[in-house]
Each structure stands twice: as C-alpha cells, then as structure tokens.
Ligand binder design. Structure first.
Ligand code: C2E
Ligand code: SIN
Ligand code: SIN
Ligand code: FE
Ligand code: FE
Length: 368
C-alpha cells in the first residue's frame, strides 16, 4: 500500500535545497486540518529515522506556529538548545535527534493554511538570513506541489459531500458519523506497528477516505435504511448492495475527474469495497478472509462497526462505549482482524475524546 510518489518529489526537492544551501539534514512537513485544528506529520526526508513520524498536535497548543501563521512569515532558530527547557514533545524529539538549527515556514494554498515546512540542520546558526528568501521560495514550491497532489482527494471528497447533501440520506450519514469513523480509523492507523507498511502519507489519505465508506447508501431506498425494525432477508440483501453501488459510484467519479490513476485511488476503492468483509471469511461482498482483505478495509471495518453500535440507528438504540469496546474484543479474530482490534484497544482513550468531540445530536430517528 505504500506509495511515495509525493515523498519522492519532496526527496528530490531536498536534494536541490541541499545543492543550494547545504547542510539541511531534515525536511519535515506537517499538514493542517482546519476541522479539527490538528497538525499531523505528513512527509519527511532525512537520513535515518524521522524523529517525528506519526505525530499529531493541535495548532492551538503550539503558540509559536500559530504566530507564524498569524504573521504569515517564516522563522529561523539559530540554536535549538535555547528551547531545551521546552516541555513540548516535538521540540524535545527534534533536539534528541541532534538537530541544532531550524527554519520553519507556514504553507498556503488558495489563501488557506495547508501546513508547515520544517528544515533542520545539525549545525547551529545554519539558516542565515540571506538564505531565507531562497528557502521561502522553496516553501512556495512545496506548497504548490502538495496542494496539487492532495487536490484530487479533496475534489473527490467535496463531490461526495455534495452528492450526499443532495441525496435523501443526509440525516442518515451525518457529519458526525463521517468524522468519527475518519478519526477512529486514523488513530488505529497511527498506532499500528510501523512494519504494517502505512506511511504518514498513506495515513493522511486513509483519514480522508474513511468517512466515504458508505457513499453507496445514497442509492439504497429510504424505506429500507430508515426501517424502524429488523430487515427481511430481501431487504437486507438490498442494504448490502451499498458496497457494490459505492464501488460503481467511485469508479464513475474517478473517470469524470480523470483520477483513475491517482496514486491512492486503490486505497479509496479498498475502503469502500472491503469495509464489510470479515476476518473469518464470512463477510460480503467477496467473502475475503484474513490478510486477503486489504488493510484499509480491515481498519475501517473496526471503526465503522464501533460507530454503528455506539450511536442510534433507526433500527436500534445506541450502545454505551464500554459495550462497543467489548464487542470489538469479543469479535477479534472472527469478525475483525485481531491485530487491528489489539491496536484499537490502545486508542480507546483517544476514542472517548473523539466520540465526545463529534457527538452531535443525531437526527437519525427524525421523521422524513
Ligand atoms: P450500519 O447501520 O451503519 O451498520 C454497519 C455495521 O455495523 C453493520 O453491518 C453491522 O456489522 C454492525 N452493526 C450495526 N448495528 C449492529 C447491532 O445492533 N449488532 C451487531 N452485532 N452489529 C451491528 P451490516 O449488518 O452489514 O449492515 C449494513 C447496513 O445495512 C447497516 O449499516 C444499515 O444501514 C443496514 N441494516 C442492517 N441491518 C438493519 C436492520 O435490521 N434494520 C435497518 N433499518 N437497517 C439495517
Ligand atoms: C516541529 O515543530 O515539528 C519541530 C521544530 C522545528 O523543526 O523547528
Ligand atoms: C476532514 O478531513 O476534514 C475531516 C474528515 C472528513 O470530513 O472526511
Ligand atoms: Fe457499510
Ligand atoms: Fe458506516
């Protein structure tokens, strides 16, 4: 699943910056999500292990970066040791990795904050003021590159969001459900053993796509999805067809947007096509088992069922979070990838916060 096309471009840029200014030992990029005010590590290019992979922080908790955004200007620090007393974990990790001076610049696309660029050097005082204009220009280049690479995913998401708004099920697929599943998914992906093969870039795309798993429900009749009671066998078969319908819709959109060869298109297909597969092979539509089920589908399955259980549906009341956790544990190894559940367990405290943050009153039981 690893796909580092953008990572490769950034690595090439790193080489060019090296050629120009030398001694830039690390390039790091964090992306900003306005909806959650969160910065997430996205890409890095450095010799050896990055000190900041899979790191997330709220912009509100980093006043120095907020200030750069407010003034829309870059900053250089000649001696990071002056920050040694800092309590922030990211500063400590940067220092521990041996970096001594830094350049930081906010990145913008169409006037919106896209994220931040971090350049670090193991030499003190490396980012002299004369370099700054040059580096600011590189930052613009990087912002343009990232924006270009992310825009298909964003365009796709807004097309889907619009379709959902126009559809009859806007109360069914609430923003709350979309956001919670996206965040539960991301927290599992971040906590997974890095050997599983998801890069920070993959995780960002998975986060963007996870909320789209049920888009096919737009094509399922109201009287089935909103039925207050248990579905008949025939009705359930129609409900299950949302997976197939979702796959068709996404293929159409990919064609219309010319995204068929988009690097992460396959991940989006996996999320939609495989979120109802089960580890033991008893799921649908294909009855795939174990690791034949793409990882993105295995992760989203855990997040989606947990969210379905712990929120009201027209056909059931909400379970408590504890009951939701117990359900995941009881069905690890049968319904769910046991490794995904074990990983999710480490995220349960996070999940409580996600649930609280996105738990708007749901109109799922409102009359049509
Ligand atoms: P959904 O409501 O979003 O539920 C997603 C998945 O969460 C379900 O997939 C199931 O695996 C799990 N889930 C939800 N509620 C429960 C529950 O009370 N107990 C258990 N053990 N698992 C639960 P599934 O079954 O493939 O259903 C797919 C979709 O079909 C559901 O999405 C829902 O939209 C619809 N559906 C399924 N059963 C019924 C039903 O009895 N009545 C109605 N009105 N819709 C249903
Ligand atoms: C960071 O905030 O990610 C690191 C600080 C720096 O490199 O300037
Ligand atoms: C976001 O990426 O803005 C939140 C998750 C989503 O809406 O898919
Ligand atoms: Fe579904
Ligand atoms: Fe769902």
């Amino acid at each position: 699943m690893r796909d580092d096309a953008l990572g490769q471009k950034i690595a090439n840029l790193h080489d060019r910056i090296q050629g120009d200014v030398g001694n830039v030992d690390r390039i790091g990029i964090a992306l900003y999500n306005p909806a959650s005010d969160q910065l997430s590590t996205f890409l890095h290019s450095a010799d050896g292990q990055s000190p900041l992979e899979r790191y997330q922080v709220r912009l509100a908790d980093v006043p120095s970066l907020q200030e750069l955004h407010r003034t829309q200007s870059s900053r250089t620090i000649d001696d990071l040791a002056i920050l040694a007393a800092s309590k922030s974990e990211h500063t400590r990790r940067i220092l521990d990795a041996g970096y001594r001076s830094s350049y930081t610049c906010p990145l913008y696309a169409r006037g919106q904050l896209l994220g931040f660029l971090f350049l670090d050097s193991t030499r003190t005082g490396h980012f002299r003021n004369e370099l700054r204009i040059q580096l600011d220009a590189y930052a613009q280049l990087i912002a343009a590159q990232i924006s270009q690479d992310l825009s298909p995913a964003r365009a796709l998401r807004s097309a889907v969001a619009m379709t959902r708004e126009l559809g009859r099920h806007r109360d069914e697929e609430t923003a709350g459900h979309v956001n919670r599943v996206a965040h539960y998914t991301r927290s599992i992906a971040i906590a997974l053993d890095p050997g599983t093969g998801l890069s920070d870039e993959d995780i960002e795309f998975l986060f963007q796509f996870a909320g789209l798993h049920d888009i096919g429900k737009i094509a399922i009749p109201d009287q089935i999805l909103r039925k207050a009671g248990k579905l008949s066998e025939d009705e359930y078969a129609i409900a299950q067809s949302h997976v197939h319908k979702g796959g068709e819709m996404i293929d159409v959109m990919m064609r219309e947007f010319g995204l068929a060869n988009e690097h992460h298109a396959q991940m989006l297909r996996d999320v939609i096509a495989c979120h109802h597969e089960r580890w033991d092979g008893s799921g649908y539509p294909r009855g795939l088992a174990g690791e034949d089920i793409p990882l993105a589908g295995r992760i989203v399955a855990v997040a989606d069922v947990f969210d379905a259980l712990t929120n009201p549906r027209p056909y059931k009341q909400a379970w408590s979070l504890e009951q939701g956790f117990e359900y995941l544990q009881a069905n690890a190894g049968t319904q769910f990838d046991p490794n995904c559940v074990a990983t999710a367990e480490r995220c349960f405290d996070d999940w409580r916060q996600i649930y609280a943050r996105f738990n708007e009153p749901t109109p799922a039981t409102a009359s049509a």
